[in-house]
Write a protein that binds this ligand. Sequence first.
Ligand code: BGC
Length: 738
Amino acid sequence: MRIARWPAAALMVALAATTAHAADGGNDSPYPLPPQLKAAGEDFGAHVRADMLVKRMTLDEKLQMIHSKYQMADVPGGGAGYIQGVPRLGIPDLNMIDSSTGSGSTSQPSTTFPSTIGLAASWDPYLAHDFGAVIADQLREQGFGMGLGGGTDLARDPRGGRLFEYLGEDPVLSGVILAARTVGTQQQKVIATIKHYVLNDQETGRNGGNSQADERTMRELYLLPFEIAAKEGRPGSVMCSYNRVNGIYACENPHILTDVLKNDWGFPGQVQSDWGAPQSTAASINAGLDEEEDVGPTVYLTPDLVKQALATHQITEKRLDDMVRRKLYVMISAGVFDHPAKGGATIDFAKYRAFTQSAEEQSIVLLKNDSNQLPLAAHGVNKIAVIGGHADTAVLTGGGSGNTRDPVTGHFSGCGGLVFPRQTGCGWWPNPWMTIPVPIVKAIQQLAPSAQVSFAGNTDQNQPYRNYTQQEIDQAVALARQSDVAIVVVTQEGGEDFGELESLSLANPSNQDQLVEAVAQANPHTVVIVQSGNPVLMPWKDQVSAIIEAWYPGEGGGQAIANVLFGKVNPSGKLPVTFPLRDQDTPTWGANGTIPTDPIYSEGLDMGYRWYDAKNIQPMFEFGYGLSYTHFSYSDLSVKKGPDHTLTATFKVRNDGHVAGAETAEVYLGVNYNGEPPRRLVGWEKIYLKPGEAKPVRVTVTERGQSVWDTAHNGWKYVPGSAVYVGASSRDIRLQSR
Ligand code: BGC
């Protein structure tokens, strides 16, 4: 089922009234989803059925349910893991698959959706819901009943290798988007996994690096997106990560798995390991791990080892039953038990491509638009130069398990990563096998049929990483000089197990800045399109007239970008991550940019925009920033206190321009408490407004939304009297309560 989106329904992240105190162990939700997106509640019938099944199972059958013993090549239909069913009891097989940007680790052709950092840039939980639902549809058609796509580690280090498959730097934005995606996925009868739990915010020290953060920092930042997604999205599964958390491996860490997830948050689902993450048998099981995903050679939850642990009383049978019960509960409540995914369907790739395009159109962020350079007039420009960035083919997504397969050839659309062998010549670049039907150059030509559209760039199928030659730069400059507008496409690679970027400067080719600068000198109407999964530095920002951040746009990206260039789509995305002026300004750069294997989160709560605000550092483009082809004014703020300490901010937003558009109005709190950042996001509403139209906006903040983690009492503490800020970004504050 799809949820109607704007303009029919206003996009309100209504933060309804609940109270919260973690020490109560309550199931309170700090940031409730809008009622239309609510997950089904806990399924008590499924608990009863799971219980009855466990009672009828033999020990061997139970052990089969807690260990995915197959690797990709062995999973029917290709995929990441496989739990064999028990036909005697009607328990079906369960195939799982990565699904960050579409079916990832499968051998089957799949659609490449935009990267999830782009999804977060839409600030649209309704879109996130549909994103989850549409991907789930394809998963089921391919025979998968479980999708591992719910990445939500925070962008602590903006160079992070996997940022493209996460949701940015703010815990509330990430949590709400992920919760909505999870609901969409599970409504289509696919179990959703959220990952990687937790403090898995970098690839450096990927296997066992020790991330160290204090409890308050964890609760208020890094655990929070998981808490919101777990309580509001009710995913079947939480994937524990490779790293250690304060010295203890995440998959055998009783504090995060049992104290926090299962007890404080009341999570009824299962904890599955990242692939090959477990380090022990009894310690993991007793800490709360429910299922091991095996990539060999060292495995811990095999039937033999678990039997041994039972025999030596290192684990109890009760706990084993709990593990199996959780697995069955998840399968029953998500619907895959009674309706297993069969696969083998004929997939309507055109239908999926149309969705990817519309999702991308809502994710693109317009960063700069001097003198209304954009939108371009379809019939007003005679000569258009398109330069660089493989714009005549495509750059679709990042590498690793957030990757997908090409719909026609079945090749990966990005490469790299631990799980996949690198193919010859395969970077994350498009190669001859990429079959994207409408790359940027072609999409522009279609929208400006009377213009002469020429491409000068680096389509070199066999050498994807080489720099632009001087001759290529000269050719681009010559083309730009004789064109009415020059569109330069720049790209930044990223992917699982690639490590972090060395810098936010554009790399591979490393002379992309030089290309932009040379073109900008030749043509005053230079538009830059960035395709990246991370923030990038833009030393040429003041020399070009317009800049668009398109993220990794997926296979509908060419048309989506062209539609924004020509104003068929009015951009409405806003940054989910700060774009700094310099590497040195970022919270994790330290003295020389070295990324430690064992990161200490010494910046505490001052991460992301909170860091720039607390340290008074001017970013290039701040969190929450994004332009439109129209403009909006804000007025009439009133802040009212309600029952249970809720706080409601009401204000008006008006479209003052001449075209329709959507604005995300953001609400921040300044919580008056030692250590809190100047402002933190507590809610927003994305509203669609016709020219001249004004609408009231109402955002309610729960007591929890106004609370801090009180370390002395190990619980949440309500702090009265927070200042309320309403703005078009984290720094463009238009209204405030005092
Ligand atoms: C990644 C996970 C992924 C798993 C299965 C691991 O390397 O960290 O995100 O789900 O592989 O492909």
